[in-house]
Design a protein around this ligand. Structure first.
Ligand code: SF4
Length: 325
């Protein structure tokens, strides 16, 4: 999925391994990392064939309990090295992941998937199967402690109708949206999924995305008049690609998403440019730009490959670091 960075404070990897599903996966960062540690006896052994994810998932049950032991509250990205809703992840194991989330209300868990159809079916199914009992049993199985199960059952079934215990408040469910096609397919599935907070990760952003058209934002302009624009998603994160084969992001794609979020009052976080930064052809002969790779869309939009750190994360002269309430 992605490495730890500004928008999250910790990563938690109870799974290892994946397989590619869409254009956003092409230069998968996790695959590159796993490749380095896939030799005999290494953590990613068996998940990589000929340098590529092979679809084999390794469960890491010893890692399940970790967030419960972290006392200081933090935003935790779940599975930077896999996809929780990959078809090879057993349902009972996903139950355990959600049980740990219920056991650690001090944290906020950020889940991101490119398989929102399974996420939807899982969450709807969990409700039908009886979330409080299933997750209570899973919590007991993870901890070996009956009290943990009681805590989870109480947490889910407690709460007034104005403040229900389900869906869990401390988990944000998100989908990756790299282009319009992904938005059109994944957004409706996300919106159907029972969740307290829904979010989008537009990274790596590979094309223009209209969130109004895809249904994540509603309202907008009628003629000259703005009316009632609002978000059905609660948070949008945008970023360019990083890594050896990173593709450049046209600045106007990022600007457009920022403007759409602002129009609808949805928090917007600009994570990074990635490896490429917008600059002008005239800079090509200046120190710092000499010998670097260039990419030009039109006379006004030239990107230079300056590296992730140098490209930074300012958009139009400021940092965009907004979060859901
Ligand atoms: S879903 Fe995420 S982890 Fe899996 S291949 Fe795609 S980018 Fe990589």
């Amino acid at each position: 999925m992605s490495d730890k960075s500004e928008w999250t404070e910790a990563t938690w990897n109870p799974l290892r391994g994946c397989s590619k599903v869409s254009d956003g996966c092409r230069n998968c960062y996790a695959e590159t990392v796993a490749n380095r540690y896939s030799g005999p006896g290494m953590p990613y052994e068996g998940t990589i064939t000929d340098g590529r994810w092979n679809g084999i998932i390794r469960l890491v049950p010893d890692a399940l309990i970790k967030p419960v032991r972290w006392r200081r509250p933090r935003r935790i990205f779940v599975n930077s090295m896999s996809d929780l809703f990959h078809p090879e992840v057993p349902q009972a194991y996903i139950d355990k992941v959600f049980a740990v989330i219920a056991l650690a209300p001090q944290h906020t868990f950020q889940i991101l998937t490119k398989r929102p159809e399974r996420m939807l079916h899982y969450l709807q199914g969990l409700e039908k199967r009886g979330a409080h009992q299933l997750l209570a049993d899973a919590a007991e199985a993870v901890t070996g402690d009956e009290d943990a199960g009681i805590f989870v059952a109480n947490r889910i079934s407690a709460g007034a109708s104005s403040k229900p215990g389900w869906p869990l408040k401390n988990v944000w469910l998100g989908v990756s949206v790299e282009n319009q096609k992904a938005a059109d397919v994944r957004m409706p599935l996300l919106l159907e999924t029972p969740a307290a907070v829904r979010w989008l990760s537009c990274e790596p952003l590979l094309g223009e995305v209209d969130l109004f058209k895809a249904g994540g934002l509603q309202g907008g302009a009628v003629g000259e008049t703005e009316f009632d624009a609002h978000g059905l998603v609660d948070w949008v994160v945008v970023g360019g690609e990083s890594g050896h084969k990173a593709r450049p992001m046209i600045p106007d794609w990022a600007r457009s998403l920022r403007d759409q979020c602002q129009a609808a009052g949805v928090p917007f976080l600009f994570k990074q440019w990635g490896e490429w930064r917008q600059t002008h052809d005239l800079c090509a002969g200046q120190p710092g730009y000499i010998g670097k790779q260039w990419f030009t869309w039109d006379p006004d939009t030239s990107m230079c490959r300056v590296g992730r750190a140098a490209a930074g994360r300012e958009l139009d002269g400021r940092i965009w670091d907004e979060y859901p309430d």
